[in-house]
Design a protein around this ligand. Sequence first.
Ligand SMILES: [Zn+2]
Length: 384
Amino acid sequence: MPAANLPATLLEFLRPRLPEMLSVLRKFVVAESPSLEKSSADRCCGVIAAEWRKRGARVERIAQKHRGDHLRVVVGPQASRADGQLLVLGHYDTVYASGTLAKMPFRVSGGKAYGPGTFDMKAGIVQALFALEALQKGASLRKRVVFLWTSDEEIGSDSSRKLLEGEARRSAAVFVLEPSFGSRGLLKTARKGVGEAQIIVHGRASHAGLAPEEGVNAVHEMARQIVRLEQWNDMRRGISVNVDVIEGGTRVNVIAERARAVVDLRALREADVRRLEKRLRALRPVTRGAHLEVHANFNRAPMERKVSAALFARAKSLASQMGLTLGECVAGGGSDGNLTAALGVPTLDGLGAVGDGAHSAREYVVTRTMPSRSALLAALLAAS
Ligand SMILES: [Zn+2]
């Protein structure tokens, strides 16, 4: 391939491959892969592994006891001759239970590919696979590239976290193939940190009619705490606090002895995460005799923009060589990109499919964008 305008050459190679990309996407989607169903996920893992092996990649299947196996694919120069490592990250698990295909079949119509997990994020894996094909046609890699396809991102990455953090630490950059945002396919250069808190109020039960003065109403106390939590929201700073589950009490004539709330916590800055944790720890009961128990945990730290800035600038310039304009946005949801960014490793997220409707019956990918997204990834790997 002539190196004069490598991104444009990669795109020229990939554009006519769209029909093949869609046929591989079909294979990946009809192999349903719910995070919580190991045997189905493993079958999908095997289908994905076969496509990479077919293209000469070194594929290692990392066996898991309770979740689907993870896939580690290595291409490019051997470790000894490589000038470092790049990590391409994604997940093949979906939020859809087995059998969803019956109501939500894979289909391509009106320039869109529909089906469970198309957009989030099997099309991203397909785009990476064809990026490898394009690179094999002549662009040489200076660094070796590790592709990691994990099986439990949708349920918090418990079984893959160590593995992906280890690979990220060895890498100069991490490219995350999670879906992009909106019809213009914005990359995600910042993501909110995601946490969860559980608040339990312990009160004292009593007969609501005979001895109300002896009771301590846990539900009333919880209501007061919730009003307080709501005031912590600050949309401008990117802080959101939402009590999304509450339960408490037993019967209408029994003063509630116990109440429980589960709170979704999000913040854009690490400093705000720490402030939220501190405020939660400092919560005190308002009602005399009530006790509070608070558990809080930020599973994914924020991905702050500074970790993405240089990679985004590179991606933008490569895209412009293909005649494309690339935009960026802040995402309220977390991904494994939060984990690698928290280690200080430059991370660029949202490089995957363009489409919409993740986690819903209308999930789709805009098919004509697949070759250019694939070319952009290939160009980034060659340029990094
Ligand atoms: Zn995803």
